[in-house]
Design a protein around this ligand. Structure first.
Ligand SMILES: Nc1ncnc2c1ncn2[C@@H]1O[C@H](COP(=O)(O)OP(=O)(O)O)[C@@H](O)[C@H]1O
Ligand SMILES: [Mg+2]
Length: 246
């Protein structure tokens, strides 16, 4: 039996919603810069101070920023395309590609992601973008939790390792953890503690479905202490276990 990609239209829209903040962040600064550059050019022309060199440099700045914006749109669009076929993909490479999408916003919020990949060549088989979406969901949740917690130092740690014939991906944050009373419900459809900020409660449900149904794996959550650069932190840890492509 051939399995089709999991995303319904509704889920894709929700996914786009989840990335909206990232998209806005990556667009705002270059747009402001283009605006400033064009305003400057106009002013210089008006007061008769325009020399050829300034003119060319300014236009180059504008051109380069539009190229960047256009590339950024392509990156985001790629992530929202539907997976057509299952492929063998490298876990490390997949996670690194996600970073170009979400790291700029995390950085701007002062959150640092530490990666620890035991083997860059670990491969698995399935819909690569669905896998990316799971990681994006978990990272976005970590970001939300860290920002609400108000911790000073903001860290996320991603460990990828092998265990028997499985790949284990652990994503830790230092936001203080998931309250024990809601822990049993976080994977339920529409369960959210972010009503006020537009949470949908669908991210973890969707992620668990993808991992279990399409990767024949498991997605678990726990609270734990973890070590990073000789420091000790406490927060949620999401563990994905999926069979290795062997
Ligand atoms: N890293 C985390 N730390 C603390 N709580 C979390 C974390 N990840 C998820 N949660 C809790 O699980 C709930 C469900 O998450 P999710 O399904 O992604 O929906 P949403 O993010 O829209 O609320 C969140 O509202 C939050 O209460
Ligand atoms: Mg979420």
């Amino acid at each position: 039996m051939e399995i089709t990609p999991h995303n319904t239209q509704e889920e894709k829209l929700l996914m786009l919603g989840g990335m909206f903040e990232n998209i806005i962040h990556q667009f705002k600064q270059p747009l402001n810069a283009i605006n400033a550059e064009a305003t400057g050019l106009k002013f210089q022309k008006e007061v008769g101070m325009m020399d050829d060199e300034t003119f060319i440099t300014s236009l180059d700045n504008i051109i380069n920023r539009t190229i960047y914006l256009s590339d950024t749109i392509d990156d985001f669009r790629d992530f929202l395309k539907e997976d057509k076929i299952k492929v063998i993909f490298k876990i490390a490479q997949n996670i690194r590609q996600i970073e170009s999408i979400i790291e700029p916003l995390l950085k701007a919020k002062g959150i640092i992601i530490y990666k620890n990949f035991s083997n860059n060549d670990l491969e698995c088989y399935g819909f690569g973008r669905e896998f990316s979406q799971v990681i994006i969901n978990i990272l976005n949740n970590a970001k939300d939790a860290i920002l609400t917690s108000g911790v000073d130092e903001k860290v996320i740690k991603i460990d990828v390792s092998e265990e028997n014939n499985n790949i284990k991906i652990e994503i830790y944050d230092n936001a203080g953890g998931i309250p024990e009373d809601i822990m049993p419900r976080i994977f339920n459809p529409h369960f959210t503690t972010k009503e006020e900020t537009g949470g949908t409660g669908i991210g973890l449900t969707m992620s668990k479905n993808i991992i279990e149904e399409h990767f024949k794996g498991s997605l678990l959550a726990k609270n734990t202490q973890f070590e990073l650069n000789q420091n000790s932190y406490y927060g949620a840890c999401f563990t994905i276990i999926i069979p290795k492509n062997i």
